[in-house]
Design a protein around this ligand. Sequence first.
Ligand code: SAH
Ligand code: SF4
Length: 386
Amino acid sequence: MATANIRGITYSDLESFLMGLGEKRFRAEQIFRWIHRPIQTFDEMTDVNKKLRQQFTEFFNLDLPALKTVQISRDGTRKYLFLTQDDQSFEAVYIPEVASGSNTHTLCVSSQTGCSVGCSFCFTASIRHYRNLSAAEIIGQVHVAMMDIAKAGAGSIKNIVFMGMGEPLLNYDQVLTACRILIDTRGLSFSPKRVTVSTAGIVPNLIRLGHDCPVQIALSLHAGSDEVRSQIVPINRKWGVTALIQALKNYPIRHKQKFIIEYVLLKGINDSVEEARRLAHLLRGVPCKINLLPLNAHERTAHQTPAHDVAVRFQNELRKAGYLVFVRTARGQDISAACGQLGGSHAKTQTPDTMHQEALLDVSVSINKGKESWPFAENKLLNVLP
Ligand code: SAH
Ligand code: SF4
């Protein structure tokens, strides 16, 4: 019988399973804690009796996603490449906050092995064959990274952001399950404020998430008008900026909570003072902080990164309008680990000096198919959206 991966089970489902076996309720807490420690076999659950451990092996496994490589950037960023049994690949990135000396280290996880949203500036958009990751594969990224970071003495994860490969709200059920596991105080116990779901704006599922789980929301807005946004985020033709902003205004946020607005700056496309003013107007009444991300360039986009002073001018315009706004410095660019550069084994990465290999992946997937990255996805996508 095929077994289920226990890393993707919520506390309440584990409890129901154990009650079904006639076990006492407290067992669930004991076992849930074990699942989220660095163990790889049920036998490591030393205070659980042998019979129960045996029963677990009949129904469940503790498989971790197969780690192919860990690349370490000059700035300390660590990129993990995983390969699934069905030959799909995905990445997670650990970003230690070294400069500020703060302890807000972040793990960026993937929710899919590619993405159908088709943003014109994103590498992940160019991957045609992809699938949703399971909750166990999402939590597995966290477990593997935790083990690696502990071994390397490289700090510990304080934030989880769904800013890796894929659109989390197009994999709603598995992402919701993973979020519930991440914030469960009996296991990994991340603060809901420190688990961020980043979305290009799948409005119906954004509304659902507001009712289902109190995590932080980042909206990838990238424009202050439909005219500009529809050019670069094709999904905007389905849910335009008015619908997005309305969804934020109705969102059940916590006291003092702010949304994160992400804005990739693209030279000559959305970086003008006029667009900054439109953005300021659009966001009026939305509690938010704005992150400006100058484009991280890669070979599958025709866009260009604006000069630094253009980013600063854009920032100043928003500041004048009263917004909290930051220009983000890209991390891990030397190993293609920055936002929008992730592509699993599809990505061409430079070989960093510090790469250490669990096994060498055959990076044979052709990546030189020209700059055909984005429009192909949009028609297919618009037919299947919720
Ligand atoms: N699909 C989700 C989450 C993954 S993308 C989303 O779009 O929000 C995570 C972030 O990286 C998004 O804000 C996205 O707009 C940004 N991003 C994508 N490509 C980028 C690039 N080339 N340079 C900078 N940021 C990029
Ligand atoms: Fe998908 Fe996000 Fe990339 Fe857009 S930016 S293609 S939504 S992963």
